[in-house]
Ligand binder design. Structure first.
Ligand SMILES: NC(=O)C1=CN([C@@H]2O[C@H](COP(=O)(O)OP(=O)(O)OC[C@H]3O[C@@H](n4cnc5c(N)ncnc54)[C@H](OP(=O)(O)O)[C@@H]3O)[C@@H](O)[C@H]2O)C=CC1
Ligand SMILES: CCCCCCCCCCCCCCCC(=O)[C@@H](N)CO
Length: 335
């Protein structure tokens, strides 16, 4: 009895300390009647986000390269919601193109940097051009977008203005490195550094950064990627279930509206976020409490997961080695 009493006192005291401690402060970011600008909005997660934001009453702009895919998305959203979205064709790798699109779109309340490319394969086999392509689109492209949008977003912010948001789509592959994703993971881990530093720089402008970490999601992009994905990657990633783009979009917009810094989209996603909490800001004292209590447990789960991973890798590589020796030997026998 006394022990339970003590535990309750400690928990309440702990929660009060965390409530005092947690920075930045919690925030609510409305999206209704506000301008939401979504890159990669013509396909997959971005398209689902555009649908959802339009249904929620936002003014929506989408940006991507292909004009025909943009027009198709525009028609799709019009048919489903009756909302006209604005479309901008630009390659995020081109700063000038990004600048003109953002200028034409007008001041942004919620910028969602969702464009992204992913090519998997063992690093020795991946072409350097493909590696640079991923870093350019995923990382440099995101810098272009934020640098182009930020000056206007800062203008007139603070004061009594409504809070604004910059949402950056990373990935679970931005929380853990997985076989076959060395370059992609590097690009997605990079976004975390950007997000953490940027949040400190823009907090006084009442701009709030969300770093989103979806699991595998059914999208046109993933259908392509799957064709080249090493089989072993599927084995290692099987513990994180695949989601539908619509469900991811719902989590993303809810996370942005709640001002969450890390937005995870699934149960395993939450476990991953707790175990990689590091020095990311945490606005919710409840979540901070869960992190403090859960972190040694999730580290243990992580160690078990890595034990499984390295077992799978060892088995795969010994089989691979045997296979490659037998193929080397076979032609000799035939000759
Ligand atoms: N699907 C998944 O399993 C997961 C995806 N993610 C991330 O989510 C984001 C969206 O992925 P997903 O929906 O699968 O991708 P899709 O391939 O389905 O869509 C990608 C979108 O980005 C646009 N895009 C690509 N390159 C550029 C560029 N250089 N400039 C401007 N726009 C560009 C594409 O249009 P266009 O080609 O016409 O330019 C398209 O609209 C990515 O950042 C991805 O890394 C994260 C975790 C899991
Ligand atoms: C501590 C507990 C750990 C539990 C197990 C976690 C398993 C993680 C698997 C991560 C798979 C990566 C998905 C991202 C795919 C992606 O971003 C695509 N775009 C790639 O093509």
């Amino acid at each position: 009895m006394a022990l339970i009493y003590l535990l309750v006192v400690v928990a309440v005291l702990g929660l009060s300390i965390l409530r005092f401690l947690c920075r930045p402060r919690p925030v609510k970011i409305p999206i209704k009647d506000r301008h939401v600008f979504i890159t990669g909005g013509s396909s997959g997660i971005g398209l689902a986000l555009a649908h959802r934001a339009a249904s929620a009453g936002s003014r929506v702009s989408i940006l991507a390269r292909s004009v025909s895919k943009l027009e198709e998305a525009k028609e799709d959203i019009r048919n489903a919601t009756g909302v006209e979205v604005a479309v901008y064709s630009a390659d995020v790798r081109n700063m000038e193109a990004v600048r003109s699109a953002i200028e034409a779109a007008g001041p942004i309340d919620v910028l969602i940097c969702n464009q992204g490319v992913y090519i998997s394969g063992e690093l020795v086999d991946v072409d350097m051009n493909d590696i640079k392509f991923m870093l350019d689109v995923n990382v440099v492209g995101t810098f272009h977008l934020i640098k182009a949008a930020l000056p206007k977003m800062k203008e007139g912010s603070g004061g009594s203005d409504l809070p604004k948001s910059i949402g950056i789509i990373s990935s679970q592959a931005g929380q853990i490195g997985i076989y076959g994703y060395a370059a992609y993971s590097a690009s997605k881990f990079a976004l975390r550094g950007l997000a953490e530093a940027l949040q400190q720089e823009v907090i006084s402008d009442n701009i709030h950064v969300s770093l989103i970490t979806p699991p595998y999601t059914e999208t046109p992009g993933i259908v392509e990627e799957k064709k080249r994905r090493p089989k072993i990657t599927n084995k290692l990633a099987q513990y994180s279930p695949v989601m539908k783009a619509e469900d991811v979009a719902e989590k993303v917009l809810n996370g942005i509206e709640s001002g969450d810094f890390i937005v995870s989209c699934s149960f395993i996603g939450h476990i991953l976020s707790i175990s990689t909490a590091g020095l990311s800001p945490q606005r919710s004292y409840i979540m901070a409490f869960i992190e403090l209590v859960g972190i040694s447990f999730t580290r243990f789960v992580g160690l078990c997961y890595l034990w499984i991973c390295y077992g799978i890798v060892a088995k795969y590589q010994s089989k691979h080695l045997k296979n490659s020796t037998s193929t080397k030997v076979a032609p000799k026998k035939n000759a």
